[in-house]
Design a protein around this ligand. Sequence first.
Ligand code: OSB
Ligand code: MG
Length: 371
Amino acid sequence: MKIDRIVLRKMVMPLKTPFQTSFGSINVRTFIMVEAHGKNDIGYAEVSTEAIPQYNEECVGTAWYVMDKFLIPLLYKNIETIEHPSEVAQVFQPVKGNLLAKSGLENALWDLYAKEKGTSLANIIGGEKKEVDVGVSIGIQKDIPALISAMEGYIAEGYQRMKLKIQPGWDINVVEQVRRHFPNTPLMVDANSAYTLDDMDLLKQLDDYNLQMIEQPLAYNDIIDHSILQKQLKTPICLDECLHSLEDVRKAVYLGSCQIVNIKIGRVGGHQEAIKIHDYCKENGIPVWCGGMLEAGVGRAHNIAIASLSNFTYPGDTSSSSRYWYEDVINPDVKITPQGTIMTPSGPGIGYEVSHTTLDRYSDFIQTFRN
Ligand code: OSB
Ligand code: MG
C-alpha cells in the first residue's frame, strides 16, 4: 500500500447528554481521529480512547504517544511490503498492547484499501447482512422515572433492546422497576466491572428478570472469577473489558467465563482480530455482538461494517448519531430505521462522506506525519 501522510486529530466533541457508567461520567467526548492519505483517497478511523484511562489502560495521551513514537514509524518502515490491511497487525506486533491505538491505524488502512478497490468496507471484511440490528446503551440516570422516560423514547424510535448501565445502588431496584414497566422488552445490563464475588447473592437475583445477558460484572482483567460466577448464574455472562484477542476469547470460553462475546474493534486492536474472533465464535456456537465506545460517525461506520458479518447475532450498541451528537462528522448521519436496524452502506470504504468542516470545528490539535 502507499501512504503519503497520516493526520492525527485530537477531537473534543460535546455529548448532547452526559453518559454515566460505573467508572465515571462524561459530557465531552475526547478521542483521536486518524486520516491515512493515499494517492487519491483518505482512509478514516477513530481511536476510541478517552482523556482518562478509566475504561482500560489507554487514554488519548498514551495512544498519541505510541502512534507517534512507534506505530507510525513501524508502518512507514513496512508500508511498501504491506499488500493488504490484514497484514498490519503483524507489523505492529513488536509493540505490546496499546490496542486502541493500533486499531485506529489499522482500521484507517482498511477504509483506504476498500476505497482504492472501489468497494465497501463491509464487503472487504466479509460482511453479508444488508442491515444490522441495533439497541441502545443507557447510562445511569438521576432516578428511575428519568430512566423509564428515556426508555420510552428509545423504544418508540425502534431500538431492539435496551442495555442498562448498573452499579452498586443502581441495580436490582432499577431492573425490577424497569421490568414491571416493560415486561417484554429485550433487556440486558452492563456493570463495567463494578462488582466482585462478594456480591454473588445480589448478582444471582438478576436471574429473575429475564435478561438477555449480564455484561462484564466483575474485574476488567479477570476471567477466573467470571467463570466461578457464570456457574452460579442462569443468565449468560457477556465479556467486554476482559477480551483483547482471539486467545483471550479462547481461554474465556474454555473456562466457561462467558457465553456471549462483545466485540469492539478498538478493544481487540482492529478489524483483523475482530474477524478472527467472529469466525472462532461462529465455529464454536458462541453468539457475538458489536459493542460501542460512544464513537463519532467514522467509528460508528466501522462498527456497522463489522456487525454485518453473519455471527453478529444480538443487536449492537451502535445507535443513531442523533442520540449522541449535535452534529456528527459524517454525511449523512447514522440513522436507525423504524425496525431498529441500520442499513449497511454500500458506497466505497466506510460508505459515509466525512465532513472536514465539522472535523476542523471539533479538532483541538492536529499533527501531520509525512512518509
Ligand atoms: O462498556 O460498552 C461499554 C461506552 C464507553 C465505554 C464503554 C462502554 C460504553 C457503552 C456505550 O456502553 C456504547 C455506545 O453507545 O457507544
Ligand atoms: Mg461494556
